[in-house]
Design a protein around this ligand. Structure first.
Ligand code: SF4
Length: 62
Protein backbone atom coordinates (compact mmCIF):
# COMPACT_ATOMS: atom_id res chain seq x y z
CA UNK A 1 0.00 0.00 0.00
CA UNK A 2 1.35 3.39 -1.00
CA UNK A 3 1.76 5.98 1.75
CA UNK A 4 -0.86 8.74 1.49
CA UNK A 5 1.20 11.38 3.27
CA UNK A 6 0.60 14.15 0.73
CA UNK A 7 -3.14 13.44 0.70
CA UNK A 8 -3.27 13.24 4.51
CA UNK A 9 -1.45 16.57 4.86
CA UNK A 10 -4.35 18.34 3.17
CA UNK A 11 -6.62 17.38 6.10
CA UNK A 12 -4.10 17.55 8.96
CA UNK A 13 -5.10 20.32 11.43
CA UNK A 14 -1.98 19.99 13.62
CA UNK A 15 -0.08 23.27 14.15
CA UNK A 16 2.79 21.73 16.12
CA UNK A 17 6.07 21.49 14.18
CA UNK A 18 6.42 17.72 13.92
CA UNK A 19 7.93 15.22 11.51
CA UNK A 20 4.93 12.87 11.87
CA UNK A 21 2.56 15.27 10.17
CA UNK A 22 0.71 13.45 7.39
CA UNK A 23 1.99 10.09 8.65
CA UNK A 24 -1.21 9.23 10.49
CA UNK A 25 -0.05 5.71 11.46
CA UNK A 26 3.03 7.10 13.23
CA UNK A 27 1.08 10.01 14.67
CA UNK A 28 -1.60 7.87 16.33
CA UNK A 29 1.01 5.36 17.57
CA UNK A 30 3.01 8.18 19.19
CA UNK A 31 0.02 9.64 21.02
CA UNK A 32 -1.57 6.29 21.84
CA UNK A 33 1.61 5.17 23.63
CA UNK A 34 1.26 8.29 25.77
CA UNK A 35 -2.44 7.84 26.49
CA UNK A 36 -3.25 10.75 24.18
CA UNK A 37 -5.12 11.50 20.97
CA UNK A 38 -3.83 13.20 17.79
CA UNK A 39 -4.56 16.82 16.92
CA UNK A 40 -7.42 15.90 14.57
CA UNK A 41 -9.57 14.87 17.57
CA UNK A 42 -9.66 18.44 18.89
CA UNK A 43 -11.24 21.67 17.78
CA UNK A 44 -9.08 24.17 15.93
CA UNK A 45 -8.79 26.35 19.06
CA UNK A 46 -8.03 23.57 21.53
CA UNK A 47 -5.51 21.95 19.21
CA UNK A 48 -3.33 25.06 19.45
CA UNK A 49 -2.75 24.40 23.18
CA UNK A 50 -0.98 21.11 22.32
CA UNK A 51 -2.77 19.35 25.17
CA UNK A 52 -3.53 16.00 23.51
CA UNK A 53 -4.79 14.30 26.68
CA UNK A 54 -7.93 12.19 26.78
CA UNK A 55 -9.05 14.38 29.70
CA UNK A 56 -8.91 17.42 27.44
CA UNK A 57 -10.85 15.58 24.75
CA UNK A 58 -13.57 14.60 27.24
CA UNK A 59 -13.67 18.15 28.68
CA UNK A 60 -14.15 19.60 25.21
CA UNK A 61 -16.82 17.09 24.22
CA UNK A 62 -19.02 17.14 27.36
S1 SF4 B 1 -0.80 15.30 16.32
FE1 SF4 B 1 1.11 14.94 17.42
S2 SF4 B 1 2.27 13.35 16.32
FE2 SF4 B 1 0.60 14.10 15.01
S3 SF4 B 1 1.58 15.62 13.73
FE3 SF4 B 1 0.69 16.70 15.48
S4 SF4 B 1 2.27 16.80 17.07
FE4 SF4 B 1 2.90 15.29 15.50
Amino acid sequence: MKCKKEENLKDCPCTYPCDKKGLCCECIKYHRERGELPACYFSKETEKNYDRSIEKFVEENK
